[in-house]
Design a protein around this ligand. Structure first.
Ligand SMILES: [Zn+2]
Length: 119
């Protein structure tokens, strides 16, 4: 049983919109930080802290956006269900849970040992 590519595509497109929106909102919030008047050093420290968290989250989401684009490309090319590492099929349940996954579970686990992968 393969997966419904049209459905996967819709899911990815929606995920893309939501992720892009989350990035936009975080950038906005991060810009607003510290603009609400009096600042003492404790405020500044906590603003820095929040700002760093938002930057990290946006980095993560930006990586996710690239994976989403890659997945959409793979749908167009007809290679969506194929693991980019070993060429085996990626389990449909895995793609259902992570529509932007590009490796099968075995490869992902192996890759995780050697370097950071985020899908
Ligand atoms: Zn694989």
């Amino acid at each position: 049983m393969g997966i419904d590519l049209e459905q996967a595509k819709q899911k990815l497109l929606q995920m893309k919109r939501e992720t892009a929106e989350a990035i936009r909102q975080r950038s906005e919030q991060s810009n607003e930080l510290g603009r609400d008047g009096a600042q003492d050093s404790a405020d500044e420290a906590s603003n820095d802290y929040l700002r760093n968290i938002m930057i990290e989250m946006n980095d993560r989401d930006a990586r996710r956006l690239r994976l989403i684009d890659l997945a959409l490309e793979r749908i167009e090319k007809g290679t969506y269900e194929i693991c980019m590492e070993c060429g085996d099929d990626i389990a449909p349940q895995r793609l259902d849970y992570r529509p932007f996954a590009r490796y099968c579970r075995d490869c992902k686990e192996e890759l995780e040992q050697s370097r950071e992968v985020d899908d």
